[in-house]
Design a protein around this ligand. Structure first.
Ligand SMILES: Nc1nc2c(ncn2[C@@H]2O[C@H](COP(=O)(O)OP(=O)(O)O)[C@@H](O)[C@H]2O)c(=O)[nH]1
Ligand SMILES: [Mg+2]
Length: 302
């Protein structure tokens, strides 16, 4: 069963505290602690590949230090610092709004990628909302022409936000729809084109071809992969899938409000090697926050 990351780290802290109440912690001790919690780490979505990095970060802070007077609370603080260091690897160096401004191209084209259900459509609405608030003029494009529901949902968001919306007829070429939106935005001098794409769940050669064509036609300035924090290690599979299909530049991690499941964020921070620019923290348009390692860790550890 699923375990909360917080409980696992609390468990580590308790075990370490038990040792250091008697003597200095050795590397061997820490190894033993890790072996004991290995399974619960995996159950809380922390991938195996993360363990060595986590181990090194904790070793650096805990081993050989005269921590005998430290209680588990003090050790939790050191664990917290270690987690912040790890998550900092994916902290963005820029805010998307500033990045778009600095790019100096108009329109700035973003293609959003991700499997159905991760929160891609909602996220696009949130990004549009953010751009609107920064005084920019975005356009939303539904380049998923096979799911009528997907288009309706996006149309509703666009209407609520007061943003121009492009869609194709059922079964139309998604790349052509995106191209039309781009032409319109260029003519009107709009700031950003946000392209929603299909995300059929199963590995699907058609989808790869469709995405490749959209990318070839609109030449996006940025490709953003939307991942769902609740999918745990499936997120890694999705990373590999989209990387192989068309590649991507950054990630938005959704549903970080749900039960503070931070294991997925921890795994991504080690294996992603690209920034997580935003996290989704709810269902309303304002529930999009800049990814900050410290904030995330505070959420994870509660
Ligand atoms: N709690 C929470 N729910 C979200 C978040 N982002 C999206 N959702 C919900 O996830 C569900 C799927 O979202 P949708 O945008 O349709 O996903 P898509 O299939 O990837 O386009 C919807 O019920 C959204 O309201 C988030 O950050 N937090
Ligand atoms: Mg969708």
């Amino acid at each position: 069963m699923f375990k909360k990351v917080k409980e696992v780290f609390q468990n580590i802290a308790n075990k370490v505290a038990e040792v250091v109440s008697k003597r200095e912690l050795t590397e061997e001790d820490l190894k033993n602690v890790f072996e004991e919690v290995e399974l619960s780490l995996i159950e809380s979505d922390v991938a195996y590949e993360v363990f060595p990095i986590l181990f090194e970060e904790l070793k650096r802070r805990l081993v050989g230090h005269k921590v005998s007077r430290f209680g588990s609370e003090e050790i939790m603080k050191l664990i917290k610092e270690a987690l912040i260091d790890i998550l900092s690897r994916v902290e963005p160096k820029y805010d998307l709004v500033d990045y778009i401004r600095a790019a100096g191209v108009r329109p700035f084209v973003i293609v959003f990628l991700g499997v159905n259900g991760v929160g891609k459509t909602t996220t696009i609405a949130k990004v549009a909302n953010r751009l609107l608030k920064a005084g920019m003029k975005p356009v939303i494009v539904a380049a998923d022409t096979f799911r009528a529901g997907a288009q309706e949902q996006l149309a509703l968001h666009a209407e609520r936000l007061g943003v121009p919306f492009f869609r194709g007829k059922y079964g139309a070429d998604p790349a052509a729809v995106a191209r039309d939106a781009l032409a319109y935005s260029t003519k009107k001098g709009l700031d950003a084109v946000l392209v929603d794409t299909a995300g059929r769940m199963h590995v699907d050669a058609d989808l790869v071809e469709e995405l490749k064509k959209i990318v070839r036609v609109v030449k996006p300035h940025m490709k953003i992969l939307v991942l769902d924090a609740l999918t745990g290690n499936d997120a890694l599979e999705q990373v590999r899938y989209f990387d192989k299909a068309v590649g991507f530049d950054a990630v938005i991690l959704t549903k970080m409000d749900a039960d503070a499941r931070g294991g997925c964020a921890l795994t991504l921070s080690v294996l992603l090697q690209r920034p997580v620019i935003y996290v989704g923290v709810g269902q309303s348009y304002d529930d999009l926050e800049v990814f900050r390692a410290r904030t995330i860790v505070e959420k994870i550890l509660g």
